[in-house]
Structure formats: structure tokens, C-alpha cells
Design a protein around this ligand. Structure first.
Ligand code: DGL
Length: 270
């Protein structure tokens, strides 16, 4: 009974960590495509092809349900995968919807018409591909009216995190927050729309100031997955072992993952 969690690299570990705490008895197979990260500067076709090959690898590991813990893949590939690729009996879910439900004060599966919500000015920080897809604005429009979204494509942040260069990542976060705040001086809420960014959440909050509520996905996705599995327990697949797989260098990726999660994480080659 394993669930698969996929990201282009290390960012999805923020989701894995929250899921492991919320569902300690469910084996989790993590797949990080570090050899091809960052996805955020790739074309939608490229992101689609890489995401289906990583997802297939997780199905082969005994997962029937795969969480794309990657906003870029969720934005650029998920709908196409669901429409034309996901095999019978398998399920692939993304990470956008739980976050938008939290922002728009909705319970899971509340499909009532869009309505006014408390947040009026929302800053979205995401990769260039996620921003270009406008998937966040599209999902938001199904649920809320009158929300002004200003998106900032945060070039370079994922690369810096993957390289373990947190000084550079911090400098880039500050400059992207400055750029956003020139366009929207007083956001009420900020969305960390890339699963790598919670690794820099304190830096985002410091740059945004204490009055901006920062939404990050890990706990929201974990809660929503627990809810889903309570209703669909059969979607926990036949795999019995937890594992961490990478297309990158397992030693290097293990060292970074151990540094980020502050516990020993050992990756093997995918
Ligand atoms: N963690 C991925 C996301 O949530 C990073 C994308 C990338 O590789 O650029 O978007």
C-alpha cells in the first residue's frame, strides 16, 4: 500500500514530510527528477513527457495514486495526463486545488458557484512555466470573484535550492518579493506556488512583512490527501515499501535532502 509523490527535484519533499506526519502508516515512494530540474524553464511538451515517465516509474513501484507535488507539472501537464494518459485504475492528483480551496475558504469538493472571499489582493510566487500557464488564475476563477492576482515568476530560486546555495536563494527571494511589491504594494495574501519555496518560507515572510498571510502547500495537501484516502482507501496501491528515487546523483541528492528535512534521507537511483 504505497502512494507516490513526484517532483522535479527536492521541493516535493516539503509535501512528503507533511504527508508522512499526517499518514504515518502509509508507505510513500518519492521520485525526484533532479537530472532534469528545473522544470520551470521548460516547454509544456517537455514537462508533460518528463512527468509521465516519472509517474510511470511510480506506478511500476506499486503506487496506484500519484501526487504531483510540483506546481509546474500540475499546471503544465496534469490536465493533459488525466484526459489522455492515466491508465485505468490509476489516479494522478495535483497540488493546486487544496491551496486554492484554503484561500477561498472552501471545503473539499465544494463546487458551489464562485463567491467573494476575504483575500482581495493575492501575490503568487511560482516558476516561469507555472506563471505562463495561468492555471492558478483559472482554478481561482472557478471558486472566487473579485480577487486581484499579481504573479511573479521567480527565476533562479529552484536552481539555487537544488544546488544547496541558500545565500543565493535568499537574495533571489528578496529581489522577487521587491519586484512583486512594486506591482502590488499591499497584498493580503501570498501563495508559495512552487513546492521548493516552503524551504525558503521564513525568507519570503521576512521580505513580505508580518501583515501578509503566506499560504504554503505542504500541510494543505497532506490534509486533503488524508481526506481523499478516507473516502477512497482502495487507492492506496499494492507497494509495501517506502523509497526515495532520483534521476540525479543519489549521494548528492541524499545530502541535500538530509540537510533540508533535518533527518537522514537516502535516495537510490531511479
Ligand atoms: N517544485 C516544483 C514546483 O512546484 C519546481 C519546479 C521546477 O523544477 O522548476 O513548481
Amino acid at each position: 500500500m504505497a502512494v507516490g509523490i513526484f517532483d522535479s527535484g527536492l521541493g516535493g519533499l516539503t509535501v512528503l514530510d507533511a504527508v508522512a506526519k499526517r499518514l504515518p502508516d502509509v508507505p510513500l515512494v518519492y521520485m525526484g527528477d533532479s537530472a532534469h530540474a528545473p522544470y520551470g524553464v521548460r516547454t509544456p511538451d517537455d514537462i508533460y513527457n518528463l512527468t509521465i515517465s516519472a509517474t510511470q516509474r511510480l506506478f511500476d513501484e506499486g503506487c496506484d495514486l500519484v501526487i504531483l507535488a510540483c506546481n509546474t507539472a500540475s499546471a503544465a501537464a496534469l490536465r493533459r495526463m488525466q484526459e489522455s494518459w492515466v491508465p485505468q485504475g490509476k489516479r494522478v492528483l495535483g497540488v493546486f486545488v487544496p491551496m486554492i480551496e484554503a484561500l477561498t475558504e472552501r471545503q473539499w469538493g465544494d463546487n458551489s458557484p464562485p463567491r467573494e472571499v476575504a483575500a482581495k489582493h493575492v501575490a503568487l510566487f511560482a516558476t516561469p512555466a507555472t506563471v505562463a500557464s495561468r492555471a492558478f488564475q483559472r482554478e481561482l476563477a472557478f471558486r472566487a470573484v473579485g480577487v486581484d492576482v499579481e504573479a511573479q515568476a521567480c527565476g533562479g530560486v529552484v536552481d539555487a535550492i537544488e544546488d544547496g546555495d541558500l545565500i543565493l536563494a535568499d537574495a533571489l527571494v528578496r529581489s522577487h518579493v521587491d519586484a512583486l511589491m512594486r506591482k502590488m504594494p499591499q497584498p493580503d495574501a501570498a501563495i508559495l506556488g512552487c513546492t521548493h519555496y516552503p524551504l525558503m518560507e521564513a525568507e519570503f515572510q521576512a521580505a513580505l512583512g508580518p501583515d501578509v498571510k503566506v499560504f504554503s502547500q505542504a500541510n494543505l495537501v497532506a490534509e486533503s490527501l488524508a481526506d481523499y484516502l478516507a473516502r477512497r482507501p482502495e487507492m492506496v496501491g499494492p507497494g509495501l515499501e517506502s523509497a526515495f528515487l532520483t534521476t540525479g546523483d543519489p549521494d548528492k541528492v541524499s545530502a541535500r535532502a538530509t540537510q533540508f528535512l533535518r533527518r537522514q534521507i537516502t535516495f537510490t537511483a531511479a
